[in-house]
Design a protein around this ligand. Structure first.
Ligand code: GAR
Length: 219
């Protein structure tokens, strides 16, 4: 089967992009990253993509009059690169409903909370303020409502006494780097079925069970 041609959208550091790029190099991995696009041309993640020989494009959103005009350019850049599927990896700009419609069920996002809890910005601060004992991350299909859509993979990590947003974010990020490549693999293998607001995974075996992984804190 041909590899799924993936475009990754970023806005900054790009550690999830790096996890995806590194995993795509694994022999036999069913997806390849054919374009990385950032709405911030100075995003560090673009440099990593370039160094790995992946086309990296800076599309400065400030140069556009409207979100619609920016998303039209984004769509065109993705189309020219032959992208079939989009991963948002720390892409901190809302997509227009028009773009989401054009790529219906072909965009996934990673969010640093166990959705539907703690949508939006500052997910770790929200989790700490709520006093939850488990935090985590979620990969989901993108729908027009922010941080909503069928859930493909989640990982839980413990919240430890003394955590602040930074220490919790670092622990969650380790889990993100595991489940994002896993979710992409499941999609590229065509094992994810979307039925309404839910995603079902075909043929999940124990060692790749997406839901309810408990990832221990680093020692
Ligand atoms: C990640 O923690 C990701 O989950 C989060 O931004 C960070 C990006 O880090 N995304 C969101 O909050 C989107 N709502 P990275 O650039 O190192 O991948």
């Amino acid at each position: 089967m041909a590899k799924l041609r993936v475009g990754v959208l970023i806005s900054g550091r790009g550690s999830n992009l790096k996890a995806l790029l590194d995993t795509c190099l694994t022999p036999g991995f069913p997806a390849e990253i054919v374009a990385v696009i950032s709405n911030r041309p100075d995003a560090i993640g673009l440099k990593y993509a370039q160094a790995m020989g992946v086309p990296a494009i800076g599309l400065d959103h400030k140069a556009y009059d409207s979100r619609e005009a920016f998303d039209d350019s984004l769509h065109e850049a993705l189309r020219i690169a032959g992208v079939e599927f989009i991963c948002l990896a720390g892409y901190m700009r809302l997509l227009t409903p028009g773009l989401i419609g054009r790529w219906a069920d072909r965009i996934i996002n990673i969010h640093p909370s166990l959705l539907p809890a703690f949508r939006g910005l500052r997910a770790h601060e929200q989790a700490l303020a709520a006093g939850v004992k488990l935090a985590g991350c979620t990969v989901h299909i993108v729908r027009p409502e922010v941080d909503s859509g069928p859930i493909i993979a989640q990982a839980a990590v413990p919240v430890l006494d003394g955590d602040d947003a930074e220490s919790l974010a670092a622990r969650v990020l380790e889990a993100e780097h595991k489940i994002y490549p896993l979710a992409l693999k499941l999609i590229a293998e065509q094992r994810v079925r979307i039925v309404g607001d839910k995603a079902f995974i075909d043929g999940v075996v124990d060692d790749e069970t997406a839901a309810a992984q408990l990832i221990s804190p680093a020692r």
